[in-house]
Design a protein. Structure first.
Length: 570
């Protein structure tokens, strides 16, 4: 049997030099040659599996090329299929042969087990483990027999009653929303999301079917599809649970749900928006038991944490946390004010909405319907002599000016902005109409942040990379202490994680506003100039923070590239 390396060279997939490099690494790490070539970027997982399959005399296939019906679930016990990551693709009745996709061409013992378990002749083919896993998930979650039977039952009942009474589609959805199968299905969607540690539930209607997705560790995953009748009933059920107007389908609505899941009280923030084919619903999961209030555990590097702590202990001034939605800004803010929370300090917050209740702190919900906005709430706060004020978000000129005024007159003010990096916050405030001299007088620190996925500790594997291949990312010789090669890590993927990742950690860019930065702000200089001076003053950029976590074995190259942009100017 021809060796893998020889096969790849003979077909000109890789060069002899690349093979020799991989063999040298293999001698040091004892890792499989194919995985080393994948880690080096010389071949893909699919190419590797294709050649390994050929070695074993098996066919490599793409699952997406098969039209797999849910009837395939009847051919293999589901527990066996999920446990071993096997996917039935097609059945030939004439020869009693079941074609099954397997993830490992060397694990042919499973074929014998499957033959005994099913009674069929088994034809194994090899496919990508992740592709098999995703399709099993879709296949299992597409099947909702109880719901389907219920919908069929309703349809047949409507047929027999059509001459007696007719229901509009909205009325039918409302009737279904109160029925037990829909109640069970909706509860199951929510409970499953909590147990999978999802941060959001996305329910989206399209022309022919409707989709359920969970956002887990910042990445959305397809979970199930529903016919429109069932989907509309689920949306109606969620509206009932969150006390929204079930009959209103033409304008956006916001609500909240409180549920106890696994003995934990969970809050859900509900947003329903009308779209082309119905209503899209997103539930944001707020699990107070998962809230980390220890600044040291959020992911700050030692020097940036020291800088951040120094700023939050200032007697007055403005501290801004920036980043996109879902970047962990709220967690950082709550951690900061929890650190400062003492009986002798009066802390007040105005939020939209209050996400987590912290004992000892006065927290206020924005309510525009009665005129309680960030600006009006902030003005009221100033009459109650607070020491520290948290403004959920600076969205407009009025709020920005009042926050700056509060910081100027003796309060320590925390707030958030939506900007891409720390220096951009200065320009954002200026564009909101705040004068440069007020910004320079009040702003003491800006912190930008993102979240990267952690490598799963259960399936974490090392691989070696020459440092020169990491230079384009921004890795410097100083960061690797002059080493020529570094050991990085990635997750293989296991039953305890999502594609090799489990959980997230913050990366931070902390810009301390010192005299040199203040002078640039006063002179209305560009973000680029402020950024360069901040870096020369010791600011760690988002990319550099992410690279430090990559080199420490916490995250991967893929996450660094997904979440951050290069610091290297072309």
């Amino acid at each position: 049997m021809q060796k893998l390396g020889e096969m790849l060279v003979s077909t000109k997939i890789i060069t002899k030099e690349q093979l020799e490099e991989a063999l040298t690494i293999q001698k040091q790490s004892n890792e499989k040659l194919g995985q080393i070539l994948v880690n080096l970027g010389y071949i893909t997982e699919d190419v590797l599996l294709s050649f390994l399959s050929r070695q074993q005399g098996l066919e490599f296939v793409y699952v997406s090329e098969y039209n797999i019906s849910k009837e395939m679930l009847n051919y293999i016990p589901r527990s066996f299929m999920e446990k071993n990551n096997l996917l039935p693709l097609e059945y030939d009745k004439k020869s009693n042969t079941l074609t099954v996709a397997i993830p490992d061409p060397f694990n042919l013992f499973i074929v014998e087990d499957l033959k005994i378990a099913t009674g069929y002749n088994i034809k194994p083919v090899v496919a990508s483990p992740n592709e098999i896993k995703e399709n099993i998930k879709k296949l299992l979650l597409q099947e909702e027999p109880e719901i389907e039977k219920f919908v069929e039952k309703i349809a047949s009942e409507e047929k027999t009653k059509i001459e007696v009474e007719t229901f509009s589609e909205d009325e039918t959805s409302l009737k279904l929303a109160e029925e037990e199968p829909i109640i069970k299905l909706t509860n199951n969607i929510i409970v499953t999301a909590v147990r999978k540690k999802a941060s959001d539930i996305h329910l989206e209607p399209f022309e022919k079917k409707c989709r359920l997705r969970y956002r887990i560790d910042g990445v959305t995953h397809e979970e199930a599809f529903f016919p429109h009748r069932v989907y509309n009933s689920i949306i109606a059920r969620i509206k009932i649970m969150s006390k929204l107007d079930v009959t209103e389908t033409r304008k956006p609505q916001d609500g909240r749900i409180k549920m106890v899941v696994d003995n934990r009280e969970i809050d859900f923030r509900v947003s329903v928006v009308p779209v082309v084919y119905g209503e899209k619903c997103v539930l944001r999961i707020l699990d107070s038991s998962a809230l980390c209030l220890d600044l040291a555990k959020l992911g700050f590097e030692e020097d940036t944490l020291e800088m951040f702590k120094r700023a939050i202990n200032s007697p007055f001034g403005l501290i801004l946390i920036t980043g996109p939605t879902g970047s962990g800004k709220s967690t950082t803010l709550y951690s900061a004010i929890s650190t400062l929370n003492r009986p002798e300090i009066n802390i007040m917050t105005i939020e939209d909405p209050v996400e987590y209740i912290i004992p000892g702190i006065t927290q206020v919900n924005v309510n525009p319907d009665v005129g309680l906005t960030f600006a009006s709430g902030l003005r009221a706060f100033l009459r109650q002599a607070p020491d520290i004020i948290l403004v959920g978000e600076i969205r407009d000129t009025e709020t920005a000016k009042i926050a700056v005024q509060a910081a100027l007159t003796g309060q320590l003010v925390f707030s958030t902005l939506h900007t891409n990096d720390a220096p951009s916050a200065v320009t954002r405030l200026h564009n909101m109409g705040v004068d440069p001299f007020l910004i320079s007088s009040t702003l003491i620190l800006v912190e930008a942040q993102r979240l990267v996925r952690r490598i799963c500790p259960n399936c974490k594997i090392p691989y070696e990379v020459p440092v020169e291949k990491l230079y384009h990312l921004g890795v410097t010789d100083e960061m690797v202490a002059g080493e020529k090669k570094v050991v990085l890590y990635k997750g293989k993927g296991c039953d305890k994680c999502n594609d090799g990742y489990k959980g997230r950690i913050g990366i931070y860019e902390v810009m301390e506003v010192n005299d040199s930065i203040r002078e640039l702000i006063l002179n209305n200089r560009s973000d680029y100039e402020i950024r360069q001076v901040a870096i020369s003053n010791g600011m760690t950029t988002l990319r550099k923070s992410a690279l430090k976590k990559m080199l420490a074995g916490i995250t991967t190259i893929e996450e660094v590239l997904r979440v951050t942009i290069s610091d290297i100017q072309e």
